[in-house]
Design a protein around this ligand. Structure first.
Ligand code: PLP
Length: 388
């Protein structure tokens, strides 16, 4: 089944389901076996080979959503990134990677890649010229993140994909913040799309998983590394992820609708100094985002005005949870300097613009007016305390 023929919510609900031939149940059965018949079978099934029935079926849904030929699912988003990098980079190779990047990915690059003799350059910015400037004769992979965590910078996907292809370099993207509902980078020529499936694909803050989608050939190359590294996802979680993804389209569209309204509300608020949301006309890459995203997503970040403490504000929220992760159906906020990007040095955070006041906001599916009043009351309480 291809995305061209089926609507988005039909893909989310049905592509990759396993027919329950035995009992004719409405949902995919779960196969927890870690041991399968060996003799006289074409496929040697084993969970670490990414080929149990549930693993093999769910990747079809992910591939269909990303307009990809194939996909693999992993035990975490970091497992997806690390397998992808290690499949396309070897000793002596060079990686060009965007400087505005999820903190865990930056740590992996800095702490692990040197052990394999792999060189890397973080770009000075997120424009195509910054990527071009960082390319070396031994560059084998260019990795981007757009919209980026937590600054929501937007990189020109097609321009970077074209640049990479012209130089014979593989391109990859972290598409976690947009989700396949709001952005399909393969349509712009990117080779590999990865997700922290812990985020929108899972969507209920109860699954740790990752995914990579791409051509059959590229996915097979990652599979060859994956069977050795062993980062596949347990079948119980695969089954939960399939269940979650049935509502991916509904959830992300509702979250995006709320985010659009909340970004406008925050942008106009006297006590908010700055809002980073690609859907706002004052976002520096608003037009670019419009041209490459189906919609602007449900992630944003903002800063309160001088004199209102960000942590005190967060502590005053009643409905919106102060929480580490993102993209669940519940709205959450956090300070990246204390959490997702805490392992970066102050200097590194200052260079890319992650201030200690920056608040990351993952918008959920709650009723808009309730989210708005929670923010309003938290600002009022913090303001009164700060200026008392
Ligand atoms: N990519 C992005 C943009 C993320 O926000 C995260 C986690 O926060 C990851 C990758 C890593 O995913 P995981 O925590 O599932 O390993």
């Amino acid at each position: 089944m291809s995305k061209k023929k089926l609507g988005l919510n039909t893909i989310c609900t049905h592509v990759g389901e396993i027919k329950d031939k035995q009992f004719k149940g409405a949902i995919s059965p779960i196969y927890l076996s870690t041991s399968y018949e060996f003799d006289n079978v074409d496929v040697k099934r084993y969970p670490r080979y990414f080929n149990t029935p549930n693993q093999e079926h769910l990747v079809k849904k992910i591939a269909a959503l990303e307009n990809a030929e194939d996909a693999l699912i992993f035990a975490s988003g970091m497992a997806a990134i690390s397998h992808m990098f290690l499949a396309f980079l070897q000793k002596g190779d060079h990686l060009v990677v965007q400087n505005t990047l999820y903190g865990g990915a930056s740590n992996f690059i800095k702490e692990e890649l040197p052990k394999y003799g792999i060189e890397f350059t973080f770009t000075n910015g997120y424009h195509v010229s910054d990527f071009e400037a960082a390319i070396q004769p031994n560059t084998k992979l260019i990795h981007i993140e757009t919209p980026s965590n937590p600054l929501l910078t937007i990189t020109d996907i097609k321009a970077v994909a074209d640049l990479a292809r012209a130089k014979g370099i593989v391109s990859s993207i972290d598409n976690t913040f947009a989700s396949p509902i709001n952005q399909n980078p393969i349509d712009f020529g990117i080779n590999l799309v990865m997700h922290s499936a812990t985020k929108y694909l899972g969507g209920h803050s109860d699954i740790l998983a990752g995914a990579v989608a791409g051509s059959k050939e590229d996915i097979e190359r990652i599979w060859n590394v994956g069977k050795n590294l062993g980062g596949s996802l347990s079948d119980f979680t695969v089954w939960m992820l399939e269940r979650s993804m049935k509502t991916l389209g509904l959830r992300v569209k509702a979250q995006t609708k709320n985010a659009r309204k909340l970004a406008k509300y925050l942008d106009k608020h006297d006590h908010i100094a700055k809002v980073n949301y690609p859907g706002l006309k004052n976002h520096p890459e608003h037009n670019l985002a419009k041209s490459q995203m189906h919609d602007f997503g449900a992630m944003m970040s903002f800063e309160l005005i001088e004199g209102i403490d960000a942590m005190a504000f967060q502590n005053q929220l009643n409905l919106i949870k102060s929480s580490m992760s993102l993209a669940g159906v519940e709205s959450t906020m956090l300070l990246p300097s204390e959490t997702s990007h805490a392992l970066l040095t102050q200097d590194e955070r200052d260079t890319v613009g992650i201030s200690n006041k920056l608040i990351r906001f993952s918008v959920g599916i709650e009723t808009f007016k309730d989210l708005k009043s929670d923010i309003a009351q938290a600002i009022n309480s913090t303001k009164t305390a700060s200026f008392a």
